[in-house]
Design a protein around this ligand. Structure first.
Ligand SMILES: Cc1cc2nc3c(=O)[nH]c(=O)nc-3n(C[C@H](O)[C@H](O)[C@H](O)COP(=O)(O)OP(=O)(O)OC[C@H]3O[C@@H](n4cnc5c(N)ncnc54)[C@H](O)[C@@H]3O)c2cc1C
Length: 387
């Protein structure tokens, strides 16, 4: 059992950390509050090859795996820049395209995803389906050689920054009631596709949208993969990378918060000459949070290793557990850090309360803690499905 990263992975970690620290949480918050995007950071990360680490080399990527992409997600978050679109574009969209896209689709989209000049976002959630993807009602109907898409999606991240949305729809002939999804690459400027930005209580330069698809016409080659049968495996292909990278982002955010708080409590003095960190009532909660974050990191490493070894089923269990653990640890770490900083914890300047909304959302999205517990109860503990 080896817990060390390879020398290349170590170098990647150091380099991404350095990049993230050059921008920092101040930059992230400034962009968010100005209603702008982290365009410069994204572009630089793309130029340096960090956004394409998991994309095959023949399409301009680094040829690594989800382990490498998780390193990028974690280190940027640990520098105070948790970029959700890393989870959506390089983790979900690039994996789905690389594993199930046609050769033509791979050639058209992967190089742009690898160098960061293109973003593809992902739309599965619907107002009336929520966690129950079997109830998806966005429909794709054939019209000559084209497809016509109709439906609604909600909470879709980054539509305003992306060239395409990977839309999960039901094909009209699936009358069995069973989920038979098909994925479509829909240009964000397609006629009939409209969006409305949601007001979210999250300090983030990335936005969420309601999407309305009204007779959105796309050509035959917008269907992801060679045939309709590619839909279900393509959808599942995106799940493990999504869980693992969002967990890595959570772990990085937890590390960031604990570091900010420990720096503060080691120097802040209000009782004579001793720092407040001397008091175990302050240091123990931080130490406890640090343990939780480290445990989550271990599970992320296991999940990523299993995934990169092609052991998808085991990676599914580990990835869900990692996502659960990291979501809880990040929320605990940020809340504990706010408390340890006292009043300073609630200021924008100290840069921890700015993460409260994001870590709270991390217990809901992209899969809620309850749905992970359902998964573990059913697939690990052998319980009957409860819903
Ligand atoms: C910041 C953010 C970004 C997002 N980005 C995207 C995106 O880019 N693309 C996208 O498609 N979606 C996105 N989402 C949507 C996200 O994936 C959903 O919010 C999530 O899957 C939960 O669905 P829901 O909100 O409809 O909750 P619901 O399904 O309505 O659930 C509400 C509550 O009930 C619980 N619950 C539901 N069913 C059960 C059950 N059977 N057992 C126990 N508890 C249950 C849930 O855990 C939850 O706590 C985003 C959400 C957020 C907050």
């Amino acid at each position: 059992m080896i817990f060390d990263l390879t020398p290349e992975q170590d170098q990647l970690r150091d380099a991404v950390r350095a990049l993230g620290r050059r921008y920092g949480h101040g930059y992230f918050v400034e962009k968010a509050k100005a209603g702008e995007h982290t365009t410069e950071l994204w572009a630089e990360a793309g130029r340096l090859g960090y956004l394409g680490v998991n994309i095959p080399t023949e399409y301009g990527g680094g040829g690594g795996g989800i382990t490498e992409l998780a390193i990028v997600c974690e280190e940027l978050a640990a520098a105070g820049c948790p970029l959700l679109l890393l989870v959506v574009s390089p983790a979900i969209a690039a994996t789905v395209l690389a594993r199930h896209g046609t050769e033509e689709q791979r050639k058209r989209h992967l190089p742009g995803l690898a160098d960061g000049t293109q973003k593809i976002v992902f739309a599965i959630t619907e107002p009336d389906a929520g966690s129950n993807f079997h109830r998806l009602s966005t429909v794709a109907r054939r019209d000559g050689d084209d497809w016509l898409l109709n439906g609604r999606k909600c909470y879709i991240s980054g539509v305003d920054e992306a060239g395409h949305v990977l839309v999960v729809a039901r094909t009209e002939d699936s009358s069995s009631g069973k989920l038979k999804p098909a994925l479509f690459l829909v240009p964000t400027d397609a006629a009939g596709l409209t969006r409305s930005r949601l007001d979210m209580e999250i300090v983030s330069p990335e936005n969420q949208f309601l999407l309305f698809l009204d007779d959105v016409r796309v050509p035959a080659d917008a269907l992801l993969g060679e045939s309709l049968d590619a839909g279900l495996p393509a959808l599942f292909a995106g799940l493990n990378p999504e869980r693992i990278t969002v967990a890595a982002m959570g772990a990085g955010t937890g590390r960031y918060a604990i570091e900010r708080a420990s720096d503060y409590t080691a120097t802040r003095k209000v009782w004579g000459g001793r720092s407040i960190g001397t008091h175990q009532g302050v240091s123990h909660p931080l130490a406890h949070a640090a343990v939780q974050v480290e445990l989550a990191r271990l599970m992320i490493q296991k999940a990523a290793t299993l995934y990169d070894a092609g052991r998808d089923l085991e990676a599914g269990v580990a990835g869900n557990m990692a996502k659960y653990a990291a979501g809880e640890a990040a929320a605990l770490a940020v809340d504990t850090a706010v408390q340890a900083l006292g009043g300073a914890g609630m200021t924008t300047e100290y840069g921890v309360a700015t993460l409260l909304g994001a870590v709270r959302a991390g217990r809901i999205a992209p899969v809620s803690r309850e749905m992970i517990l359902n998964f573990v109860a059913q697939h690990v503990l052998g319980q009957d499905k409860s819903y």
